[in-house]
Design a binder for this molecule. Structure first.
Ligand code: FMN
Length: 393
């Protein structure tokens, strides 16, 4: 069987995805709050044969760096002005035919019934193109926005997420595909024998059910995950059909791939059915030197403090307290340890991880683009049917 490349367009419904420089670029003309911008984006990805558009999401603005939100707001860093991605994805789906639409929602701050309902609806309304990036959330600011005393401890977040997915699975599977009878003559709309309640009573949730959304075309959304801790990788291996990873080195990517694929086998799943998608931030040019020129120009627009604000948000650690030129060693952060480790591993020996991260949210990505040649537009080899569901290897 020929090998097939899968492509996801990684977005945040805002002025910033991974490059704090992008919105400052003279070629960036988007109105990030206008439906036309997202429609154009969706149509472009579909024309380029992408499997899906994916929207990341955070539930709070960046307040960890320096203990306040003003710096982040002023610089327009990630998560300062972001639209609800589910609604944006629905709008994109209305103007595309095959493109999968995958959206992030947190198992820490939402409820399984609400999520099962929302993604069941998204899958119906997109004719079976819905995907869910399952996250456990990152920081205290998100906890505060949802009235929690504090952000749940790391491993407990994954325990909650596991129960969360068991509940949503039960709710989605509570409907047989042929439950809707719609027999006008007899007046029977739904066959009650084909709809079952969940009657779930667990450690984190009590949910009776049944769901009041009928079975959707895919039965459930494609599940995506990006765990990088031990517990996170097990969670991804148990549940996900597509897994994101961001290691900047070929050795790191290979190690992650081998590790997660063997965990998938340990859960009795077929590793071929789980796709691992490494991140690249491509600079596109007619020749390599044009692409590199574009990259260099883009990098000149990168704001080091915005990089540190974003790193502080994701790690839930205040990087304003570190000297930019001093090494930061063996730091354990309460948020994403994996991102900090990647930043630390990318740091030249003479510079601190914080200095490197500051200047290189975009630069780290350009390293990836040079390790995987991307001077020309990537294309996948053949059109897909149900676009959100990766099927090749
Ligand atoms: C490509 C990628 C996208 C992610 N998107 C989100 C997101 O949208 N929202 C979020 O809260 N976390 C997001 N994360 C964070 C992960 O869900 C996860 O918390 C993080 O990788 C740390 O994993 P760990 O808790 O297993 O260490 C993303 C991570 C990666 C690598």
């Amino acid at each position: 069987m020929s090998r097939q490349l899968h492509l996801g367009g990684f977005q945040i419904a805002s002025q910033v995805t991974h490059s704090n420089a992008a919105w400052r670029h003279p070629g960036s003309t988007g109105n990030y709050f206008d439906p036309g911008y997202y429609h154009r984006l969706g149509r472009t990805l579909e024309r380029g044969k992408f499997d899906f558009v994916f929207f990341a999401d955070l539930l709070a603005g960046p307040s960890r760096y320096g203990g306040g939100i003003a710096e982040g707001l002023r610089r327009g860093t990630q998560a300062t002005a972001t639209l609800d991605p589910t609604l944006v994805a629905t709008s994109i789906a209305a103007v595309t035919q095959k493109l999968g639409v995958a959206v992030t929602k947190s198992t820490t701050y939402f409820h399984p019934y609400e999520i099962a309902r929302s993604y069941g609806t998204l899958d119906h309304i997109t004719s079976g193109r819905a995907g869910w990036n399952v996250v456990t959330s990152l920081n205290e600011a998100e906890a505060q926005n949802f009235g929690a005393d504090g952000h749940l401890e790391h491993d407990l977040r994954y325990d909650r997420a596991d129960e969360f997915l068991r509940v949503t699975e039960q709710l989605w599977d509570g409907w047989d595909a042929d439950a809707i009878v719609a027999d006008k003559a007899s007046g029977v709309y739904i066959d009650p024998g084909k709809v079952r309640a969940a009657h779930h009573q667990g450690e984190f949730f009590n949910v009776r059910g049944p769901l009041n959304v009928p079975r959707s075309p895919q039965g459930r959304p494609v599940l995506i995950q990006a765990g990088s801790s031990n517990k996170g990788k097990d969670f991804a291996a148990k549940w996900a059909e597509a897994i994101f990873e961001i290691d900047p080195t070929p050795e790191g990517r290979r190690a992650y791939y081998d590790d997660v694929k063997s965990r998938v086998s340990n859960f009795g799943r077929d590793p071929e059915q789980v796709k691992i998608l490494p991140a690249v931030l491509p600079f596109i040019g007619e020749t390599e030197s044009i692409a590199r020129e574009k990259q260099a120009f883009h990098n000149e627009l990168a704001d080091p403090i915005s990089g540190l604000i974003t790193l502080s948000t994701h790690t839930d650690h205040d990087f304003s307290q570190h000297d930019l030129d001093a090494p930061v060693e063996d730091l354990q952060v309460p948020g994403t340890q994996g991102l900090f480790d990647v930043a630390a591993a990318s740091a030249p020996a003479t510079r601190s991880p914080s200095a490197t991260s500051a200047s290189s949210t975009p630069r780290a990505c350009s390293c990836r683009s040079s390790s995987a040649p991307r001077a020309t537009s990537p294309t996948s080899s053949r059109p897909r049917g149900r676009a959100a569901k990766p099927t090749g290897s």
